[in-house]
Design a protein around this ligand. Structure first.
Ligand SMILES: Cc1cc2nc3c(=O)[nH]c(=O)nc-3n(C[C@H](O)[C@H](O)[C@H](O)COP(=O)(O)OP(=O)(O)OC[C@H]3O[C@@H](n4cnc5c(N)ncnc54)[C@H](O)[C@@H]3O)c2cc1C
Length: 282
């Protein structure tokens, strides 16, 4: 297992914002990941679990917790019978889709533009609303480690809803893998569908700049329209895509926080509900 002291986190997250963590642990196998989690639990120490870092905003200061980086430990795809596939939580969604296409299986191509690990996507029930596709659509069950034993949980028990799953209620449960079932589909068809899906997303400016995707999961689009182009330092509400904050290069944690604060305040004044989608790590 790789251990890095005082590791700067900005390069690990899509916002490219973030100070250091006292320690970053990078388990290389599932067994190492489980051992690390067990160790934290036994010592009663809290940690942050990082996937692809596409839904987190991290303080510029030193984090209060160590970080476990899960990009290596569960990096496997096991093809089983009848279109069943077990996918490790470290696998990049884009890699999964490419492998499914090659195996003549129908894949959730609409999710190709989401820069997530499978673990992070299941945690968040990542979806593309306009295509009515979510990571949980083809899911059968999830394998996770609860700090003591490995358990499985069915799709129904995962309590998926809009950008939500049971894993939000149990922050100490670590997703190890998930079993999906996909229909057969010729790879030529899969490749065409992937191409079309990427093309449909290519006009979204936020996909090309540093960001963490949508900022709020519950919001008023009317209120957020007003914020388009509003800027603090190098942090800017996208002038094109509503509900997205870009880091134009040197944005600080406090710049993004300031924009979030103002947008929340505006919702409050307009008596509209608002809830953050991105996570803030301090
Ligand atoms: C350009 C861009 C476009 C995006 N488009 C979309 C979109 O269309 N739809 C959408 O839904 N989201 C979108 N997002 C948001 C983001 O990609 C998703 O929320 C994604 O699911 C986060 O996955 P991750 O691996 O990056 O998780 P991280 O950001 O690393 O972590 C997010 C949370 O998941 C937890 N987590 C990660 N792995 C595990 C695991 N193995 N077990 C338990 N918990 C875990 C983390 O601890 C953390 O709490 C977009 C983001 C960007 C930057």
């Amino acid at each position: 297992m790789l251990v890095k002291e005082n590791e700067i986190l900005a390069p690990y997250v899509t916002f490219r914002i973030g100070g250091s963590t006292p320690k970053m642990l990078i388990p290389e196998t599932e067994e190492e990941l489980i051992a690390v989690i067990k160790d934290f639990k036994e010592r009663g120490e809290k940690y942050y679990l990082l996937g692809n870092g596409s839904n987190v905003l991290i303080t510029d200061n030193t984090l209060t917790r160590k970080v476990i980086f899960n990009k290596e430990a569960c990096n496997y795809i096991k093809f089983q019978e009848e279109g069943r596939v077990e996918v490790g939580s470290s696998v990049d969604i884009r890699n999964l889709i490419d492998r499914l296409i090659e195996h003549n299986l129908e894949s959730p191509v609409a999710l190709y533009t989401i820069p997530a690990t499978v673990g992070g996507a299941i945690f968040q029930n990542a979806s593309r609303n306009s295509f009515k596709v979510s990571i949980s659509d083809n899911l059968i069950y999830v394998r996770y480690f609860d700090g003591e034993v490995i358990r499985t949980i069915s799709k129904e028990e995962c309590k998926f809803s809009w950008r939500q799953s049971i894993f939000h209620e149990h922050r100490n449960w670590v997703i190890l893998s998930a079993v999906f079932q996909f229909k057969e589909q010729l790879k030529e068809v899969g490749k065409e569908r992937k191409k079309a899906s990427i093309k449909a997303a290519s006009d979204k400016s936020y996909r090309k700049q540093y960001s963490a995707g949508s900022v709020f999961k519950i919001k008023s689009l009317k209120v957020l329209e007003f914020f388009k182009g509003i800027r603090f330092g190098d942090a800017e509400f996208s002038p094109i895509t509503v509900n997205t904050i870009h880091n134009l290069g040197k944005a600080k944690f406090k710049d993004v926080k300031q924009l979030i604060f103002l947008a929340k305040l505006a919702h409050k004044l307009c008596l509209k509900k608002v809830e953050l989608e991105i996570e803030i790590w301090k």
